[in-house]
Design a protein around this ligand. Structure first.
Ligand code: NAD
Length: 375
């Protein structure tokens, strides 16, 4: 069983394998072939992979005879012309936005598996790339905010006077938001947070932050389906806007992380609310890639509006390439090893398995996922 690890396209710093997962695949009876330089951007060089037992080579060489192809972001179909028919292509394939590429994978006879569509069930937690990458992203959002903010985060009592602690407000308390709260607290900020899911209230308090919640209109009771939020009623949105208006003007840093699966990100901060903040305040919009939570967000750039810097954060995990690669690579290993059939020395993916149904996009030359065929 040969497993190919691709070198990512420019801009993607992460690598789909690390020496540890190479060793683990070999222990399962696999053989790992890494495209030369695949780990360079994550500071993991070919020699380390070779010491772990991987062979390195050109894309053509690594694809030849490979039954599994690992990637972080979906490759351009044209670069896979040497791939074997029936090979599994496993990674973050961005199926909705890269629909044409998914069609190309189907025509090439590949079985494409989109790891970001991993169902949110306990068994799949260790395979969940969205969680592992959001966790790092939430941390980095706060570090970036601190680097951009012209003041300190912790309270400091010095002979020259007292520096007051920064006030940080986190909007959207999923995986990224929880890590943002924890990181801001560690840096000594005064932290508050909000979400539409009532289950997050306790989580916010357990991290030592203050929950700010709409009280007069019902939000989503408990966790919501699969932990995901849905679009809120107009009445809720109005109540939330009023609540945020009262709170945001007093904040120095706002981190927004709110996402709704399959929909554009909800707009949580209006231009007027940005204008109500003190000059020098910083907003990090982690939903920038999904359309943004903030009026005025420019993806991948810092935009200054009314003296407030709005950071259009795009894929922050890429800026922590070594850790992000390690977690991503383990997610891939955890998935493949869970389905590994020792006798056949390869993963066997049953059609009726919830995980397989969730992530399999193409099979037998066709696009088979209902979220894609229904569209
Ligand atoms: P997400 O990235 O989809 O969304 C981020 C957060 O934004 C969510 O908490 C959501 O409720 C919130 N949000 C959406 N609309 C909002 C609005 N209008 N105002 C304020 N907040 C809004 O979520 P996520 O980080 O992927 O995780 C959400 C939940 O799922 C968490 O409780 C997490 O623990 C759970 N989860 C479970 C598994 C598993 O069991 N395998 C895996 C991943 C996540």
């Amino acid at each position: 069983m040969k497993i190919a690890v691709l070198k990512e396209a420019p801009g993607e710093t992460r690598c789909a394998a690390i020496p540890e997962t190479v060793k683990k695949f070999i222990a399962l009876g696999g053989e790992v072939a890494l495209e030369k330089g695949a780990g360079d951007a994550a500071s993991i060089f070919d020699a380390e992979f070779e010491a772990a037992g991987a062979k390195t080579g050109s894309r053509t060489e690594v694809l030849k005879g490979a039954a599994i192809i690992l990637c972080v972001s979906g490759p351009d179909g044209a670069t896979l012309k040497d791939a074997e028919k029936g090979a599994l292509l496993v990674g973050g394939l961005d199926p909705v936005r890269r629909r044409a590429a998914i069609d190309d994978y189907a025509s090439a006879g590949l079985e494409a598996l989109a790891m970001e569509w991993m169902p949110r069930i306990t068994r799949a937690q260790s395979m969940d790339i969205l969680s592992s990458q959001s966790n790092l992203g939430g941390y980095k959002a706060v570090i970036d905010a601190a680097a951009t903010y012209g003041r300190a985060f912790p309270m400091m009592m010095t002979a020259a006077g007292t520096v007051s602690p920064a006030k940080v407000f986190v909007m959207g308390v999923g995986v990224a938001g929880l890590q943002a709260i924890a990181t801001a607290r560690r840096l000594g900020a005064q932290v508050s947070a909000t979400d539409v899911r009532s289950a997050t209230k306790e989580q916010i308090m357990s991290l030592g932050a203050k929950p700010i919640f709409v009280e007069n209109v019902a939000g989503i009771e408990g966790e919501g389906a699969g932990g995901y939020a849905t679009e809120m009623s107009e009445e809720y949105q109005k109540a939330q806007a009023e609540l945020v208006s009262g709170h945001i003007a007093k904040q120095d840093i706002v981190i927004t992380t709110a996402l709704i699966p399959g929909k554009p990100a909800p707009r949580l901060i209006s231009d007027a609310q940005v204008a109500s903040m003190k000059a020098g305040s910083v907003i990090v919009d982690m939903a920038a890639d999904a359309g943004g939570n903030v009026d005025g967000t420019v993806t991948g750039e810092n935009a200054v509006r009314h003296g407030v810097t709005i950071v259009g954060a795009a894929n922050l995990a890429r800026t922590l390439a070594a850790d992000a690669s390690a977690l991503f690579a383990r997610n891939l290993y955890n998935f493949l090893s869970a389905f590994w059939d020792k006798q056949q020395a390869r993963p066997v993916l049953p059609d009726d398995d919830e995980i397989v149904k969730g992530i399999r996009l193409t099979q037998g030359g066709k696009v088979v996922h209902e979220r894609l065929t229904a569209a």
